[in-house]
Design a protein around this ligand. Structure first.
Ligand code: GLU
Length: 461
């Protein structure tokens, strides 16, 4: 299944499960109940607004391009729309709708007081100069300025965008709205421009934290249950006390490289990153890769990992060079997916050997592949739970901008982990009912929260 119809379907499935549960929304009976659920389904599975615009961008070579761009506002029952803007050549309307839907669900799950939105620009940012990217970012804000704002819709970085683009966009927003509050109009800004300490690392840190909390806290506290259960994940989780767990990471950008560094520095879990990959290669070392040296290399080579023996030996990095996709099929205990969507699908899921997968990217496993992984006893920590660190620290950035009072890095991470722990404590205990339904549990939980709010707003007919 394409990501294009994924989260709308997920909302529908969760509502069907809740319809059977008479203790949920007990005031509604029979026909009224069916109508209330129909209204929930139509509200949550369709976006409030889809805006498309063509950005007119003069290039340095004198040509003029009209670039398709989107902003989708899915739902704002909980608070202003919130979600990233991605710059990628495969962006299309349905995908942006889906990702906006996921933001509504993600924010509600973690009690972040925002709704869901997402933006996209159909470009490969590597093909544009810095000046042209500046123009694209400014024009995006000009074309969508009516629907954006600190209390309306707050964009943030996503695939292909970062601090630089958010700084440019906030600058343009400020120019368009003189004398009006502007700090909370974008998050993921640079620190000198009102960004939060720790925002850049937040997603990768949160991804590793979900793994750490599962293996270090949860498995230890429930060891007896794990001993009684004989599946791929339970066996590996118990072995963790005797040997380091091996990790493979797909994607070595903002999320993958930070998760790798967390593993390298972690005192709680004994893990070693044996493989990392990017758009060009997989690098493998069974004894563990030198993550610090790789991060140093990528920061001097436009984000790319070394691809030749010469580059590796020049930087004293020991690794075998393998095909880009190989990281997905290696015999590692854990696989962290931190690249793009739809990476594990029906046609390659049988080759996956990992016992546990963490979704650092949004939607990296198709629904069909996900079902197969559950049947095979592979534990998946889903995107909605695992990669929320980014938007949670975006929320802290927005708060700090309002208070004009800034938190230390230590405070940011301790608040982040506290928030993620609260969600995991709500979700992980349900693990004992069905260990491989973590994703469905997250969805049902979040759809329940959203439904309660919509009911209290008087939106159900
Ligand atoms: N783009 C990130 C996500 O998908 C962060 C969004 C935000 O910070 O608003 O969760």
């Amino acid at each position: 299944m394409k990501l294009a119809s994924k989260y709308g379907e997920v909302v529908q499935e969760s509502l069907h499960a809740l319809l059977e549960d008479q203790s949920f929304l007990p005031n509604f009976k029979d026909e009224d109940r069916e109508n209330a659920f129909k209204s929930l389904e139509s509200i949550l599975s369709t976006p409030n607004q889809i805006q498309k615009s063509f950005l007119r961008v003069p290039l340095e070579n004198g040509k003029i391009l009209r670039i398709p761009a989107f902003r989708v506002q899915h739902n704002n029952a909980v608070g202003p729309y919130k979600g990233g803007i991605r710059f990628h050549e495969t962006v299309e309307e349905d995908e942006v709708i889906n990702l906006a839907t996921l933001m509504t669900l993600k924010n509600a799950l973690h009690d972040v007081p925002f709704g869901g939105g997402k933006g996209g620009v159909v470009i490969n940012p590597r093909e544009f100069s810095e000046k042209e990217l500046h123009t694209i970012s400014k024009t995006y804000v000009q074309n969508f300025c009516d629907i954006l704002g600190p209390d309306k819709d707050i964009p943030a970085p996503d695939v292909g965008t970062g601090e630089r683009e958010m700084d440019w966009m906030m600058g343009e927003y400020k120019t368009i709205h003189p004398g009006r509050p502007y700090r909370g109009s974008f998050t993921g800004k640079s620190q000198v421009n009102g960004g939060s300490l720790g925002r850049r690392e937040a997603t990768g840190k949160g991804v590793y934290y979900t793994l750490r909390y599962m293996l270090h806290n949860f498995v230890k506290e429930n060891e007896e249950w794990f001993k009684r259960n004989d599946n791929r994940f339970a066996k590996t989780a118990l072995e963790h006390s005797d040997r380091p767990l091996t990790i493979g990471i797909q994607g070595f950008g903002n999320v993958g490289s930070v998760a790798a560094l967390e593993s390298y520095n972690c005192n709680y879990l004994d893990t070693k990153v044996v493989a990392v990959s990017d758009r060009n290669v997989t690098l493998y070392n069974g004894d563990g890769l030198d993550i610090k040296a790789l991060i140093e290399f990528t920061s001097n080579h436009k984000g790319d990992l070394p691809t030749t023996e010469e580059a590796l030996s020049e930087h004293e990095i020991k690794a075998d060079i393998q095909e880009r996709e190989d990281v997905l099929y290696l015999d590692t205990d854990v696989l962290i997916l931190a690249a793009l969507e739809d990476q594990i699908h029906e046609n390659n899921v049988d080759q996956v050997k990992a016992r546990m997968i963490v979704e650092g990217a949004n939607g990296p496993i198709t629904l069909g592949a996900d079902r197969k992984l559950s049947e095979d006893g592979v534990l998946v920590i889903p995107d909605i739970l695992a990669n929320a660190g980014g938007v949670i620290v975006s929320y802290f950035e927005w708060l700090q901008g309002r208070e004009t009072q800034f938190y230390s890095e230590e405070e940011v991470f301790s608040l982040l982990f506290k928030k993620m722990k609260e969600t995991m404590d709500e979700i992980y205990p349900q693990f004992f009912n069905d260990p491989f339904a973590l994703r469905q549990n997250c969805y049902i939980h979040t759809v329940m929260k959203l439904s309660n709010i919509l009911y209290r707003h008087g939106k159900l007919y």
